[in-house]
Design a protein. Structure first.
Length: 242
């Protein structure tokens, strides 16, 4: 009898022995050790030390391995690049990054087969959250001081042709359907936002969490929704002289 068959019989509890095995497994799976009250102050300090050492180890691995490796992948990368994880950028996008850029977690940079020389330009002091995906077939520009929260998607293309037959044949989207994206300086992109092709996010604009941006956003404007719509103007709050 194969291991898979034994596991299936245990899941179904086919016999007394398998019922016992299932109860034992469930007990071990849900078991936990108590935290006795006298030990809680000590365990609390151990918790903080564990977190601190984890941060130190991450910083050392990033500084000695991830950052040099990713710099070699880029056309140009500025000073003080800070990576929590190594970005996935295995396609042919040309990447330029400014100074003091922070990637808080997983960053995916992908390109298709439409153009030979797609470009991703990231300015200085840009902060990119965890699990952000950038699909760059032509050009995506992220200017200085932009904040991009976690779980966002930015794409200058449809990914697949609109024509069903072309999709079935595995063809790329037509070149004319790929349109550059620009996120202007000091914009703030909320959690889970999707920014589609041809969109410009204006300077100082804010895109609310979960929004799908299908049209350009004016400077110093708050937008939200699917599709995103203007809900507030920030013009009076713009930095004087900027």
């Amino acid at each position: 009898m194969s291991l898979a068959s034994l596991i299936l019989k245990a899941k179904r509890a086919d016999s007394r022995a398998f019922r016992l095995a299932k109860r034992t497994y469930n007990g071990l799976r849900t078991a936990s050790l108590p935290a006795p009250k006298p030990l809680r102050p000590v365990l609390r300090e151990v918790y903080h030390v564990y977190g601190f050492l984890g941060q130190v180890l991450t910083r050392v691995v990033s500084g000695c391995f991830r950052e040099p490796l990713f710099r070699s992948r880029c056309e140009q990368a500025g000073k003080r690049l800070n990576l929590i994880l190594l970005p996935e950028a295995f396609d042919h996008t040309r990447i330029t990054i400014g100074d003091d850029v922070v990637c808080q977690g997983k960053l995916g940079i992908y390109s298709g087969r439409v153009f030979d020389d797609p470009r991703l330009i990231i300015g200085s002091r840009v902060n990119i959250g965890h699990q952000v995906n950038i699909s760059c077939n032509r050009e995506i520009v992220i200017e200085d001081d932009v904040l991009i929260a976690a779980h966002c998607t930015i794409s200058d293309n449809d990914g697949h042709p609109l024509d069903a037959r072309q999709r079935a044949q595995g063809m790329p989207p037509p070149a004319e359907s790929t349109k550059p994206v620009r996120i202007c300086r000091m914009a703030w992109i909320g959690t889970g936002v999707v920014i589609l092709k041809g969109v410009t996010i204006g300077e100082g604009a804010i895109v609310g969490a979960g929004s799908v941006v299908t049209a350009s956003v004016p400077p110093y404007t708050v937008v939200a929704g699917n599709p995103a719509r203007a809900i507030k103007s920030l013009v009076s709050e713009a930095i004087p002289g900027e």
